[in-house]
Design a protein around this ligand. Structure first.
Ligand code: FMN
Length: 275
């Protein structure tokens, strides 16, 4: 059985599936003929599902994507340009959290949404590791502070001074966590060390997650300090415990925001040129 099946009763031979196939493994040899898969097409198909999703007649089915798992697009739920801008501008970095935990089901649902993010060659390389235990998140923050202290004693002293990393240490000593912001949970995206797609895909997937979070009453904040600890190979990585041969590709705090925002802040004008 081929990777796709054409219902010849429904197919209008419009060639849309062939025209939109990213790897051009579907072809319509001549106008007004049924589309077919090229030789070796199955090997080159990236299983993106576009051929099935774009067919206005629902004439093409993929054996990898049962129709019941590919719901139709609800046109009445699509955002107007104003709503899209409002939705995107509503995303905020949240740095003050309630103590109340987020249930695993909700975090799971957000990760389920994030997996629809784009990825090069539809490779979907992102792995997820959730530090759900709040004490462990706190322990990770403490471990990063310990590691920051060592930076002031070694080759990275100038860097640490320039980045004013001493402030994170001073706050920690006063009981204020500016590393993990007292968030109850930490979500980490990771992928195989050799996978050049993993980093970009993780950032996009985490961006999906942070955009979806407010709809669930949740707030998020990227955690560049965890990323930095990973980049430098800090001992914190043993505590995080990613699988052997995997690199950390992005980290995000999550929890119930303590405060609500009432206005959108301004941002710089785009640095734009036209060619
Ligand atoms: C890759 C990345 C790393 C970040 N790291 C941190 C961080 O370590 N701590 C923090 O409080 N905010 C962090 N942020 C959040 C930024 O400071 C924030 O996006 C910026 O101030 C704009 O605010 P907004 O996200 O609410 O628009 C990070 C953001 C990104 C994209």
């Amino acid at each position: 059985m081929s990777v796709f099946v054409i219902d010849e009763e429904k197919c209008k031979k419009d060639g849309i599936c062939a025209a939109t196939c990213p790897t051009m493994v579907i072809e319509q040899k001549e106008k007004n003929t049924f589309p077919t898969m090229i030789e070796d097409g199955e090997e080159m198909c990236i299983n993106c599902g576009h051929c099935m999703a774009v067919c206005p007649e629902q004439a093409l089915s993929l054996k990898t994507m049962p129709a019941e798992q590919c719901p139709p697009i609800r046109k009445d739920w699509l955002l107007s340009p104003e709503q899209a801008e409002h939705f995107l501008r509503n995303r905020r970095s949240i740095r003050t959290y309630k103590k109340e935990p987020v249930d695993k089901e909700t975090i799971n649902r957000l990760i389920e949404i994030a997996r629809y993010a784009s990825s090069g060659h539809n490779a979907q390389p992102v792995h997820w590791h959730v530090i759900w235990d709040t004490d462990k998140v706190h322990e990770i923050a403490g471990s990063i502070v310990d590691w920051l202290r060592t930076l002031f004693e070694g080759d990275f002293k100038a860097f640490a001074e320039e980045m004013r990393l001493d402030r994170a240490i001073t706050y920690w000593e006063k009981g204020i966590d500016v590393i993990c912001r007292g968030a109850p949970h930490l979500i980490i995206a990771h992928g195989p060390e050799a996978d050049i797609m993993a980093q970009g895909a993780s950032f996009i997937a985490l961006t999906y997650l942070e955009l979806a979070a407010p709809s669930f009453g949740l707030g998020t904040c990227w955690d560049g300090m965890v990323d930095m600890a990973a980049m430098f190979g800090a001992p914190t990585m043993d505590l995080i415990g990613l699988p052997e041969g995997h690199k950390l590709c992005g980290s995000m705090l999550i929890g119930h925001p303590k405060f609500k925002y009432h206005r959108f802040p301004m941002r710089n004008e785009p640095k734009l040129t036209w060619g």
